[in-house]
Design a protein around this ligand. Structure first.
Ligand code: CP
Length: 304
């Protein structure tokens, strides 16, 4: 089966086809009856070992919009709390003969592990700090929707880069589609080795990062992964790195503002920037549904 675990084996052509197909799905979602029979008779299982609002709901809706049955597995209310392993849990779900798995897990590589023994397509819905490919696809789709193309666009990603699977997936995806990525944060939250990726640079200077940027993405400070280290003061962080109107003055005049959510308002992003005319944050959420419909269709039915 084919999987979406990260973008290692995905060509620009195949990625562009996915985004083109999301345009078609978006047209379906604009109709009064938002349902097509594309996945009728198939069952999709969401397997979430970490909390989620956007990713899980949009995948479930995406599957239902295409007439699939959906089974929801939430680890928090399952026998995982009694010590059942990931593998044993997956074997239980596999016995139900579902047709695809959407997996979120706190451990990097968990979705790869499931892909190795599930025998069915697996979509990585976020594994530790490693990858969150459908988030990056919906980010790319949102930028493309604004500018028509990603070719030659500069995308500044500012915040807790170290703990961010969103930053890693965007750093992998956006250059494949012709964009330049600048990753920015304080030194303790900015792994410099990411600059080895083609089309990616790193800087700790937020003004340098946003200079000439067509899109500025703020990332959440993942304090639950910091154990009190990494930042001396949240106020000092906000004073320097917050995405706000003052910082956006240094970006391209029409630059859009993105955030994958959930947001720490007035920490990594000001409410003015989050709710203002440049913000495409709710557009990202809306686009998540069409993009995830496209991914499900591509893996379960679609031709290249
Ligand atoms: N962006 C994102 O993955 O949000 P959730 O954690 O709410 O799914």
């Amino acid at each position: 089966p084919r999987h979406l675990l990260d973008f290692h084996d995905w060509t620009p052509e195949r990625l562009t086809a996915l985004l083109d197909n999301a345009d078609t799905m978006s047209q379906v979602l604009d109709r009064p009856v938002k349902k097509v029979p594309a996945l009728q008779g198939l069952t999709v299982c969401t397997v979430f070992f970490e909390n989620s609002t956007r990713t899980r709901t949009s995948f479930e809706l995406a599957a239902r919009r295409m007439s699939a049955d959906v089974m929801t597995f939430a680890a928090g209310s399952s026998s995982v709390s009694k010590g059942e392993s990931l593998r044993d849990t997956m074997e239980v779900l596999t016995a139900y003969k579902v047709d695809a798995y959407i997996v979120r897990h706190h451990a990097a590589g968990a979705a790869h592990l499931v892909a190795r023994y599930s025998g069915k397509p697996v979509i990585n819905a976020g594994d530790g700090r490693r990858a969150h490919p459908t988030q990056a696809l919906l980010d790319a789709y949102t930028i493309r929707q604004e500018y028509g193309s990603l070719e030659g666009k500069r995308v500044a990603i500012i915040g807790d880069i170290r703990h961010s699977r969103v930053a890693r997936s965007n750093a992998e995806l956006l250059p494949k589609l012709g964009a330049e990525v600048v990753l920015c944060g304080p030194a303790t939250l900015l792994p410099r080795d990411l600059a080895a990726l083609p089309g990616v640079t790193v800087t700790s200077d937020p003004r340098e990062a946003v200079c000439g940027a067509h899109a500025v993405m703020a990332l959440r400070l993942q304090q639950e992964r910091m154990n009190g280290g990494f930042l001396a003061s949240l106020q000092e962080y906000a004073d320097t790195y917050q995405v706000n109107e003052a910082l956006l003055q240094h970006a391209e005049s029409g630059a859009i503002v993105l955030h994958p959510g959930p947001m720490n308002r007035d920490l990594e992003i000001s409410s003015d920037a989050a709710d203002g005319g440049r913000s495409r944050i709710l557009k990202q959420v809306e686009n998540g549904q069409a993009v995830r419909m496209s991914v499900l269709y591509h893996l379960l039915v679609g031709r290249e």
